[in-house]
Design a protein around this ligand. Structure first.
Ligand SMILES: [Zn+2]
Length: 428
């Protein structure tokens, strides 16, 4: 009798120890998943930015100095084609330079692939080819007890931030997307441009219904609204404690950065400051998912502005540096997963030739040689590091690419798989 009671007590003690270990593990192991997307940031754009900064870029030209994104411990290439394209042919149809013009994705389909793991048609916002809603990583993360955040340097309801937050068969349904993001889906932190001014100009009523904006100002969404650079900066050191909506009003994109970064509007927050504010307001014991987009690389590449494209890429790289610094102070790589990639290549930049540091490299844009200034179907870079980033290794395949030679490649839908795997399952 005594023996069996002893055994029972021992069993109970062991069980209690196991439960204690499990609960403390859950408490001390937040999993923050940080995805950073350079919109339109093809590999030649990264190379051009490195060429400007250092005279040669580490990855492309074997230079010794790296952009911050290139310091991560894993590098892959990534396919970006949409469901409606013809996939990606590594031979480029036997070396046909016109090949990347066809089958390129838009930001909606690319962001949907990364946020839901589903390839869809261009223009879709987290609906599949059948126009039915697909589950978004932010919806999943929230179910597992994580906070969610979205940061962009263009309007909050542009395709990429929208496809990490809500569902719509068309990215152009701006007013409804704005309403759904702010009143229905409600990420814990949303920072971008797009508040209405008294007289809407650049970002106007086409994008945002007056009644929805009035509701935000009146506090009907439950968000603390911040608009000035000073307010954004204050949030870095003094988190608000609740849901935060940071909208730089009246504009569609932050003032463009030139390569020398001297042209930014001092009245506006930088992408770096927005990222820092978002991270400190999302930090919590259960972890968070955040998507941070350098939105305007694409817009400047469409315009074939090399100065602006490099400037926006370097501004994005500064946001990456601040994020890595934050990771260092908040659990390190053991408790954070960082993924940096692009949704597609824009402008078909090619023939990048470095000159010297702080000088624009010699380049060719697609418009000159191939009559093409839009998105291309070329591979993009994916840099990753931290807890769970090794999952990419198991998904990657080896290829010989016409553009880049022997490469290790993942698909944009793999981004969703890796992020989902990094979020601990919480049974309810
Ligand atoms: Zn574009």
């Amino acid at each position: 009798m005594d023996k069996s009671i002893n055994r029972l007590l021992r069993l109970v003690a062991v069980l209690m120890l196991v439960m204690l270990l499990m609960s403390s593990d859950a408490k001390t192991a937040p999993r923050n998943v940080i995805l950073m997307i350079g919109d339109g940031m093809g590999p030649d754009i990264v190379a051009a930015a490195g060429a400007y900064e250092y005279g040669a870029d580490y990855h492309k030209f074997g230079g010794t100095k790296k952009l911050t994104m290139e310091t991560l411990d894993k590098h892959f290439y990534m396919t970006t084609f949409a469901a409606t394209g013809n996939g990606y042919d590594y031979t480029w149809n036997n070396g046909n330079r016109d090949y990347p013009k066809s089958g390129a994705t838009d930001s909606g389909a690319a962001a949907t692939a990364m946020s839901s793991g589903v390839k869809t048609y261009s223009g879709a916002i987290c609906v599949g080819p059948d126009r039915k809603d697909v589950e978004i990583i932010t919806e999943y993360a929230r179910k597992m007890g994580l906070k969610t955040g979205i940061v962009a340097s263009a309007n909050f309801n542009d395709a990429t931030p929208a496809a990490f937050t809500t569902h719509n068969p068309s990215r152009n349904d701006y007013q409804k997307i704005a309403h759904d993001m702010l009143y229905v889906n409600q990420p814990d932190v949303l920072m971008a441009t797009g508040g209405l001014l008294g007289t809407p100009d650049d970002f106007g009523l086409k994008y945002f219904a007056q009644v929805d904006w009035d509701g935000v100002v009146a506090g009907k969404t439950g968000y603390k609204l911040v608009q000035s650079r000073e307010e954004f900066k204050k949030l870095i050191t003094e988190p608000a404690g609740g849901k935060v909506l940071g909208l730089v009003p009246g504009i569609k994109i932050l003032k463009t950065c030139n390569a020398n970064r001297k042209s930014a509007n001092p009245a506006q927050p930088t992408l770096k400051e927005m990222s820092q504010a978002a991270l400190s307001n999302l930090a919590n014991p259960n972890g968070f998912f955040v998507m941070i987009e350098g939105s305007n690389i694409d817009k400047l590449a469409h315009a074939n502005s090399l100065d602006g494209t490099i400037g926006e890429t370097l501004a994005f790289d500064e946001a990456i540096a601040a994020t890595i610094e934050w990771i260092g102070k908040n659990g390190g790589w053991e408790q954070n997963l960082l993924i940096i990639t692009a949704d597609h290549d824009t402008g078909y930049l090619n023939n990048v030739k470095p000159t010297e540091a702080n000088k624009l490299p010699a380049v060719k844009w697609g418009t000159g040689d191939y009559g093409w200034g839009g998105h291309t179907n070329r591979l993009v870079d994916l840099y990753t590091m931290g807890k769970g980033s090794e999952v990419f290794n198991g998904l990657a395949t080896r290829h010989t690419d016409f553009d880049h030679g022997d490469v290790t490649v993942v698909d944009n839908t793999d981004v969703f798989k890796v992020m989902k795997a990094a979020i601990p399952v919480v049974e309810k």
